[in-house]
Design a protein around this ligand. Structure first.
Ligand code: DX5
Ligand code: ZN
Length: 221
């Protein structure tokens, strides 16, 4: 099933509630919450207090992308404050098996992400342990960057690996997705689509309707 996950990193934080209410009214499937620590990535975004505020204003699933070193340290806190999916980075975890186990123990779905320079094959040992794999198509750290074309092959490679293991696991794609390249990432096998700028810059309602309609047509064919 195709789903949209608007990244609140692209919202105006002074009126985050308004931005999210508009996205909810337009029927968003979830919200993508980008947590950055200034260590794993060269930027700091937000953390637990924002989760607590956000959880009060929406019932839509929160898809939390932890771009922090040793994310295991904070899994319980993000689960407690309302995360539905918690994604950790392959490059940042000390023990990838233990991270999946802890996320599940906390009652959340587990995601594992790789940066553009990390080979997809590193995910193979963990295919049956995670509910979602997140392929970064920009260097993590900032919204509004350009999609890296060289990452398209990673999506199709991962979909092929999952098919070979008879797994129908979600593949999330994150970074630089627009109206121009949405078809490319869907064709390559992604089914959970993160978008920051393409949703929150401009008319939120029109943007979400556009992509939801696109997904509907795509699923028909
Ligand atoms: C980048 C973040 C992305 C980013 C996406 O580190 O993980 O989720 O906010 O923003 P756009 O869609 O503008 O590239
Ligand atoms: Zn993200």
């Amino acid at each position: 099933m195709l789903r949209i996950s608007p990244s609140i990193l692209a919202a105006d934080f002074a009126c985050l509630g308004d931005y999210m209410r508009r996205a909810d009214a337009a029927g968003t499937d979830m919200f993508h919450v980008d947590v950055m620590d200034g260590m794993f990535v060269p930027n700091i975004s937000f953390g637990i207090p924002i989760m607590e505020s956000v959880k009060k204003i929406t019932h839509t699933p929160l898809d939390v992308h932890l771009m922090i070193v040793q994310p295991e340290r904070y899994i319980r806190e993000f689960a407690r404050t309302g995360a539905d999916i918690i994604t950790v980075h392959y490059e940042a975890c000390e023990d990838i098996d233990a991270a999946a186990a802890l996320i599940h123990e906390c009652g959340c779905k587990a995601g594992l992400s790789i940066k553009p320079g990390t080979d997809t094959s590193v995910l193979e040992p963990y295919l049956d342990q995670y509910d979602m794999f997140l392929i970064m198509t920009v260097e993590p750290g900032f919204g509004g960057q350009k999609y890296m074309n060289k990452c398209t092959g990673k999506l199709s490679h991962l979909r092929k690996m999952l098919d070979e293991h008879n797994l129908d696991t979600d593949i999330e794609v994150d970074g630089g997705i627009t109206r121009d390249n949405i078809g490319t990432v869907l064709d390559a096998g992604a089914n959970v689509i993160v978008m920051g700028s393409s949703i929150f810059k401009g008319d939120i309602s029109e943007n979400i309707s556009y992509f939801k309609k696109y997904f509907k047509e795509y699923e028909k064919n």
